[in-house]
Design a protein around this ligand. Structure first.
Ligand code: VGL
Ligand code: ZN
Length: 197
């Protein structure tokens, strides 16, 4: 069975000092690098928003970390983060980026956010990752990275729905934990058949 490590959004803006810093986000980098040796394939995802993205509170004259209604459903409004070409959008300098077989970007559509590495937040626009994995005969995925309760969560649930055998290695993830989001993410991942290791 071909087993891939999917490393979600280990980028400067999600690490301490970044625009949407996740507590301890940088603490997982060395462990992720070490884990890469144990997999047949390594995929990195990169949150990659155009300036003025619709998921940014600044685009709505709203306060960050509030909710808005988008045509595709509720959306948390974030501080500006991972803007294409900025230092904040770059991978953490310690991440072994050279080990990646594939780097997949998401969130580049100005009108739709994309937490999941598989589908945008409308839950139907594909990123192409499913096709890549299937054509490489990869059926088993281990997810690590940032943030547990958003991009790792949505990626894991989508992967399970698509029929992949999915594990989230929680010691190599860190959470935003906003308004109970970690507890609900844990529940949703478990309900979807994701193994939390
Ligand atoms: C993420 C919020 C906004 C994540 C990305 O990587 O979890 N969270 N964009
Ligand atoms: Zn984002």
């Amino acid at each position: 069975m071909t087993h891939a490590l999917i490393v979600i959004d280990v980028q400067n803006d999600f690490c301490p000092g970044g625009a949407l810093a996740v507590a301890g986000g940088d603490q997982i980098v060395a462990g992720i690098n070490d884990a890469m040796d144990d997999f047949d394939a390594v995929v990195l995802t990169q949150d990659w928003h155009p300036a003025g993205h619709s998921s940014f509170a600044s685009s709505h004259d709203a306060a960050p970390m509030t909710l808005t209604q988008m045509p595709y459903g509720p959306q948390v409004l974030w501080p500006d983060h991972c803007v294409q070409g900025t230092d904040g959008a770059q991978f953490h300098a310690g991440l072994a980026v050279d080990r990646a077989d594939l780097i997949i970007r998401k969130g580049y559509n100005p009108a739709i956010d994309s937490y999941s590495a598989f589908f945008e937040n409308d839950q139907k626009t594909p990123t192409g990752l499913k096709g890549y994995l299937r054509t490489r005969q990869i059926s088993k995925l281990t997810l690590v990275g940032l943030a547990t309760d958003f991009c790792v969560h949505y990626s894991a649930v989508d992967a399970a729905k698509l029929g992949f055998d999915v594990t989230v290695q929680v010691d190599l993830c860190r959470a935003i934990d906003f308004d109970g989001s970690l507890a609900s993410a844990t529940q949703a991942m478990t309900a979807a058949g994701v193994t939390l290791a």
